[in-house]
Each structure stands twice: as structure tokens, then as C-alpha cells.
Design a protein around this ligand. Sequence first.
Ligand code: FES
Ligand code: FES
Length: 162
Amino acid sequence: MDTKRISLTVNGKIYEREVETRVNLVDFLRHDLGLTGSHVGCEHGVCGACTVLVDGVSTRGCLMFAAQADGAQVETIEGLAKDGKLNPLQESFWDLHGLQCGYCTPGVLMSLTEMLRDDLSPTETHVREVLSGHLCRCTGYQNIVAAALEAAKRYRESGQPV
Ligand code: FES
Ligand code: FES
């Protein structure tokens, strides 16, 4: 069994772990670090449920080995709320019913976080392009799009960093 010692930052906290080189990033986050907010759907890079940010870029956690994240800054859904308070993106999803079962939601929110850091005035088309990497079996996407646009508005008006 090949292993590698890695050090990475997850949601601002540094972790050092010995990992099997075949373990993917989302399994490492869930099983080794106990961060089960990132979900696993297809395990083939299709559904987007496992999406996290690696050095600020949305990344399929099922397609990247944990060993490849050595030295990286990883952000997961657990890092969005601060001091127990939902951030404006999460609040917008809550208020506009942007989810039903919630299985796709952590991945969706991480991709939208990346989008909002780059563009606080996204068009609906841009939002839908970002969402094209995420499968949602419940919502029909309409409320997800509305919540994403509402979140952009709230960030613009509040001046709060994404
Ligand atoms: S579980 Fe990674 S894309 Fe579906
Ligand atoms: S809310 Fe159920 S899969 Fe998206």
C-alpha cells in the first residue's frame, strides 16, 4: 500500500496526514477529516456533488487524489458559515427555497462561491453555465438560479466579501 504524507489547509485549518495514494480528495475529506458536508454521487466527475474549492478553483473531489492536494488551500461547505451564521449565499438558498433534498447543494454552493468571487453581477446565463456542472434531481434549477442571483444582490448591497 503506497502512502504519502501530506499537509494541506482546509477551511483555514492546517492538517497533516498520512494518506493512501489511491484515496481521492472527497473521501479523504469525509473519512479522514470527518467533513461529510461534501457529498459523493456518481464518483465519475459527472454530478458535481463532490465539488470543493482547491486554491479557489472549483474541483471535483472524486477526480483528484488527496495526495495531489498536498500544500493546497481547500474550501468546503463547512467553511461557508462563520460563527454559526449562514453567509448571504446560504441565506439566499434558505429564503428562496433553492434546495429540496439538499444532496446537490454543497457542491452547487461551492461553484457559486467561485463565481461570486469573480462576478458579483452575473447574468442568468452565466449562473446557468456554472450550474451546468451540477445535476439536481429535485428542484428543476429555477429556484437555484433565483437564489444565486439574490445572493449576488445581497453581496453587492452589503459589501461583505464572498
Ligand atoms: S461524485 Fe464527483 S462528480 Fe459526482
Ligand atoms: S436538491 Fe435534491 S438533488 Fe438538488
